[in-house]
Design a protein around this ligand. Sequence first.
Ligand code: DX5
Ligand code: ZN
Length: 216
Amino acid sequence: MSVLIAPSILSADFANLQRDIEMVNNSKADWFHLDVMDGVFVPNISYGFPVIKAIKKYAKKPLDVHLMIVDPDKFIQQFKDVGADVLTVHYEACIHLHRTVHAIKDAGMKAGVAINPHTSVHLLEDIIADIDVVNMMSVNPGFGGQKFIEHTYEKVETLKRIIDFAKSKAKIEIDGGVDLNNAAALIKAGADVLVTGNTVFSSADPSATIAKLKNI
Ligand code: DX5
Ligand code: ZN
């Protein structure tokens, strides 16, 4: 299967959100990637329920919601109610990750687990069979448009081996600094989903950029 492309709405024009949603609808993109930041887990605040609900009204593709928040368990049902299809929590934010992952699935969503650049992929070995998506952060979470961390390739290769060994169906999603130069190597290393914010939305023709990423 070809790589899935998930444009990150964090880099969209919030004053023209519907236009940018339609652009993604009419492009070769597969998912909408929505970044929720609480100013505690990460040093930035983005957007929350009302904005996701508004996006859901127009989005014709699944919503991949990436929670960069502490204590995500409190809000699982609310994210389901506003339309999340994939709900991703951070490994570093969850004391009882197994419970959280199953609460997400029980609420009727795909469960994702994100790991920060410093977090070892080996820490996922005992939960990998329960996970639908691993979001591997290739920048420190909090902002769009940051520089890709090169060590990510090694982590993707190791995670791929862990997934295959466990016969897990987890997809590997790369998040942060993905561009037209590193996408091919990421796919070769084992990436299944590429999140792209700045690369897509700062390009002259976002839809054409999505198509280029999709065809790599
Ligand atoms: C960063 C977010 C990313 C971000 C990616 O904390 O998780 O999803 O929007 O943006 P780019 O592709 O610009 O690095
Ligand atoms: Zn993200």
